[in-house]
Design a protein around this ligand. Structure first.
Ligand SMILES: Nc1nc2c(ncn2[C@@H]2O[C@H](COP(=O)(O)OP(=O)(O)OP(=O)(O)O)[C@@H](O)[C@H]2O)c(=O)[nH]1
Length: 307
């Protein structure tokens, strides 16, 4: 604890005013009782006009209610309550209209005060702008879940989605089907037409998946020329015509590409999650077994595991 006798009252006021992050005093009922600091103009607008207003005057009902709830939590804890939140244009009254997407992320550190302000319980709320690190975090997350060549989900993201689907299936018996497919004789395509043509074939295949599937379906590139489509809320009987359509459209597009001679086809294996499955790996394994049979049955076909 600082020796306050070293400072005059004016100096203490100047110190508070110099704090780079804004420090609000919020009362329990949501009044901006005071504001100290916020001098770092890279991150903060001048908030002095807020003092005396209520949170509900400044923010829309939903966000204001959230703030009031957090203030109540900090007061109940009688200590520090740390939260992350975002403020969008739509959250701020008077800014609801069109405009640049200037979402700002904050870390709020709310500390209950052990005395009343303006006749009410109150908290000190230090708001730190964490937008840069939030954006970086989102970018890194996106990159760690995305296949660079196709922009589809990668194996890691697929496994998460499969696990989520398996959880829903295990609990509610929600059906889900899995198609695994790869491009037939892809090694020959690479050898004959070059690796870049091979890459293009993979990209075109991914484009067809994006175009042809429902938004709730989940296409992913497992690696190499192998793709997996997770179809939530879909039995294998419902998934089969979708898989067949995909097989035909991909073959059409790879032929139209014109750089692969006669073009190329795909083979796929299909199955749905079953009540006895203890993990999402099991349906993937069954679909992979069916793919193996599709290859050995002559390629350019979709095989259901139970067939
Ligand atoms: N162009 C390109 N080729 C890749 C990529 N990843 C893997 N490959 C190649 O894709 C080929 C995959 O071949 P396989 O799946 O083993 O077999 P296939 O020739 O497709 O034969 P079948 O699957 O039995 O029809 C290998 O030659 C890999 O080197 C990639 O990102 N781009």
């Amino acid at each position: 604890m600082a020796d306050l006798s070293l400072f005059t009252t004016e100096q203490i006021a100047a110190l508070l005013a110099a704090l780079p992050d804004p420090a609000f005093i919020f009362t329990r009922s949501g009044k901006y009782a005071a504001l100290f600091g916020g001098t770092d103009a890279r991150y903060y607008h001048d908030g002095s006009s807020l003092v005396g207003k209520r949170i509900g005057d400044v923010l829309n009902a939903e966000k204001a209610a959230w703030f009031l709830a957090q203030i109540a939590v900090a007061l109940a804890k009688r200590g520090l309550h740390v939260v992350e939140y975002r403020l969008d244009r739509k959250d701020v009254k008077g800014l609801e209209g069109d405009g640049p997407d200037d979402t700002i992320w904050f870390e709020g550190r709310a500390q209950a005060l052990d005395y009343q302000v303006d006749g009410e319980d109150a908290v000190l709320w230090v708001a730190s702008n964490i937008t840069t690190s939030k954006k970086l975090e989102a970018l890194l997350r996106m990159q760690s879940e995305t296949d660079a060549l196709t922009g589809l989900a990668n194996r890691r993201k697929l496994m998460q989605a499969l696990n989520d689907s398996h959880g829903l299936h295990a609990r509610y018996r929600t059906p889900a089907s899995v198609l695994i497919f790869d491009i037939d004789n892809f090694k020959d395509i690479n050898d004959r037409y070059g690796h870049l043509s091979g890459d293009k074939a993979i990209q075109v295949t991914a484009d067809v998946c994006r175009r042809e599937l429902r938004t709730t379906d989940f296409p992913a590139r497992l690696g190499g020329d192998e793709f997996v489509i997770l179809m939530p809320h879909t039995t294998w009987e419902q998934a089969m015509p979708i898989a067949e359509r995909l097989r035909q459209r991909i073959a059409d597009q790879l032929r139209e590409l014109g750089t692969l001679g006669q073009g190329a086809t795909i083979s796929g294996g299909l199955d749905q999650m079953l009540p006895g499955d203890t993990s999402s790996e099991e349906v993937l394994k069954r679909a992979d077994d069916a793919l193996y049979r599709a290859k050995h049955g002559g390629r350019n076909r979709i095989v259901h595991h139970g067939a």
